[in-house]
Ligand binder design. Sequence first.
Ligand code: ATP
Length: 327
Amino acid sequence: MKKIAILCSGGDVSGMNAALKRFVEYAFDRGMQPCFVENGYEGLIDNQIHEAGYSDVAGIISIGGTKIHTSRSERFKEEAYRRKALENLRTHGIDGLVILGGDGSFKGMQKLADESGDIGFIGIPSTIDNDIAGTQYCLGVDTALNGIRVSIDAIRDTASSFGRAFVIEVMGRECGYLALVSALTSGAEMCLIPEIPYDLSVYKEDFLQQKKEGRSYFIAVVSEALKNSEEISRWFEEEIEVESRVTVLGHVQRGGIPTVHDRLMAFHFVTTGIDALLGGTKSAVVCYNNGTFVCKPIEKVAFKKYYIDEDLLKLGREFESPQHKQV
Ligand code: ATP
């Protein structure tokens, strides 16, 4: 294997730049020429491919997002454009491609792998939603969680000062992982996610009792999947009789200085991926489970439903029937 390339596809995450740095340095270590594909699958179709050197990755480890940009590509869903993408890879003499992305990107990668035959493809789970089956961790999650934690801590200051409820809407698409971990680690009074059933009448009884004992504010973390932040805010005003505000955290959750954990995870994901390519793997996704990194076939990752870890759900079940908390 002489030349390998890397691209970012779908939503960007903090830690992608650390992955690019490791990719370039490790490729050179193993005697290969690293290449960048700019702008995701769009750039692959349009031949935005160039060789990368050490200077391309100098100073980027501490920056969020991705230096080589990302995209969503409708064209890539059509075989004719994927054929063009494969032609471009072959013209550049690229024998292996590493793709940082989510579930959708891996579905696209599977098609490319099936249609190629000669080139190797490795996926690295990269999405703040942490919703990819087969891996306990996706790149960018830790940075997103820490960013959310900073926001919720700040909101708690104003909530307690004014005596308000705040309904904080957290990203995650259909998955409640981000909201659940954020609620647990920021001491929220309420957490609503699709994976845990909830009963507002149970919350009402508990919160009214807490109010009687002096609690003046509440923090509720709500997964975007439920699409009910405004409704929950009205519920606070009408049923708990406390002034309420909604804060949709939005895209701030995607950016920010990558945490140490994400930088290190990026290094491990990329190293494992490149080793797999060198070992002759034709298509796989690097997964992290219980401290180890392994490559799994795409069909065991991209086409399966992700379930939140049972131990974490057990912790989250305290929100199912909230125990009375001391104020
Ligand atoms: P995120 O979780 O951050 O949204 P993602 O990789 O799931 O990341 P998608 O927008 O779903 O993001 O997919 C990224 C790109 O992958 C799409 O824009 C498209 O180019 C390609 N892709 C997705 N699904 C398919 C598919 N079924 N066939 C071919 N290509 C696909």
